[in-house]
Ligand binder design. Structure first.
Ligand SMILES: [Zn+2]
Ligand SMILES: [Zn+2]
Length: 263
C-alpha cells in the first residue's frame, strides 16, 4: 500500500486559470503531513480533500511572495479553534520553516501591532508556532524525515530536498535556472520544478521550458512534476509535457490543482 501521497493544492501563479491557482503542495507520509508553500486557495483545497488544516505538522515556505504565503494567517487563526469553532486552549504545534526574515514576516502579520495583531490579542501569545529560519544544508531531521535547503536566485528564495520514508523529493519553489538547485536535486526520485513561462515569453526570475529540459537532463529525476504555470501555458500543457518528455530521460507530468500523486 502507498504510504506517501503528494496532493497538488496549487500549481499555478497568482493569476487564476481553469485548472490552476497559487502554489501549494501537501505531502502525506507515515509520520504526518507537510505543506510546501501556502498560497491563496490552499485552505479551501484542503477542505475539498477533507483534510483539516490543524493536522498539518510542518510548513516549508520557499519565499515570501504572496502566491506562496497568503493563506498563512488563515492557517494560524484556524489553529486556535476546535472542530466546533470553540477556542482551543492548547493548539497543535505548527513548525514553520523559511528563509531569513521569516520571524519578522510572521511578526509583522500576527504580533501585537501587526497587520492581524488581534490574533496575538486572542491568544495572549502564539507559542504554538515554532519558527525556524533556515540557512543551507540539513535543516530538519526527525524520525524518517530529513530536509535539506539551498538558496536559489529568486528574492531570497530557498529550494528544499525532503527525504521521507526512503523517497527523495526536491522542490524548487520559484527560481531561475540555478546550479545550486541542480546540485540539490541530483538523482532525486521526484523533482517538483517550476516552469512559469515558455522561453519566448519568459519574465522575471523564473524558469522556461528550455531551461527545464536542461535541468531534467542534468538532475535525472525518476519523475519530473512541472508546476507554477502562468496563463501563457493555458491550453499548451500537453505540448509542454511532450517536449520535456522527448528531450529528457524522465517521466514527466504537468500537474494541475487537486491532483494526487501516489508514490
Ligand atoms: Zn516568487
Ligand atoms: Zn510564485
Amino acid at each position: 500500500m502507498n504510504t506517501l501521497r503528494i496532493i497538488v493544492l496549487g500549481s499555478g501563479s497568482i493569476i487564476p486559470t481553469k485548472n490552476r491557482f497559487s502554489t501549494s503542495f501537501l505531502i502525506e507520509y507515515s509520520m504526518g503531513r507537510i505543506l510546501l508553500d501556502i498560497g491563496p486557495g490552499t485552505i479551501e483545497k484542503l477542505r475539498r480533500r477533507h483534510i483539516h488544516p490543524n493536522s498539518i505538522d510542518r510548513l516549508f515556505i520557499t519565499h515570501f511572495h504572496l502566491d506562496h504565503t497568503l493563506d498563512l494567517p488563515a492557517l494560524i487563526k484556524i489553529r486556535m479553534f476546535n472542530e466546533l469553532g470553540g477556542p482551543l486552549q492548547n493548539p497543535q504545534i505548527l513548525n514553520i520553516y523559511g528563509p531569513t526574515g521569516l520571524s519578522s514576516f510572521i511578526d509583522k502579520l500576527c504580533s501585537h501591532g501587526g497587520v492581524y495583531g488581534y490574533l496575538s490579542e486572542m491568544m495572549g501569545n502564539l507559542d504554538f508556532l515554532r519558527i525556524h529560519e533556515v540557512g543551507e544544508g540539513l535543516v530538519e531531521e526527525s524520525g524518517n524525515l530529513r530536509v535539506y535547503a539551498v538558496s536559489v536566485e529568486h528574492y531570497n528564495g530557498l529550494a528544499y530536498r525532503l527525504e521521507i520514508d526512503n523517497v527523495s523529493i526536491a522542490y524548487s519553489g520559484d527560481s531561475i535556472y540555478d546550479e545550486r538547485m541542480i546540485k540539490l536535486a541530483e538523482g532525486v526520485d521526484i523533482l517538483i520544478h517550476e516552469c512559469s513561462f515558455p522561453k519566448e515569453l519568459l519574465l522575471g526570475k523564473h524558469t522556461s521550458d528550455e531551461e527545464l529540459i536542461e535541468i531534467g537532463r542534468r538532475t535525472k529525476p525518476k519523475l519530473l512534476l512541472v508546476n507554477h504555470l502562468y496563463p501563457a501555458w493555458e491550453g499548451r500543457e500537453k505540448e509542454l509535457e511532450d517536449k520535456l518528455r522527448k528531450n529528457t530521460e524522465c517521466k514527466v507530468y504537468v500537474v494541475k490543482d487537486m491532483d494526487i500523486i501516489y508514490v
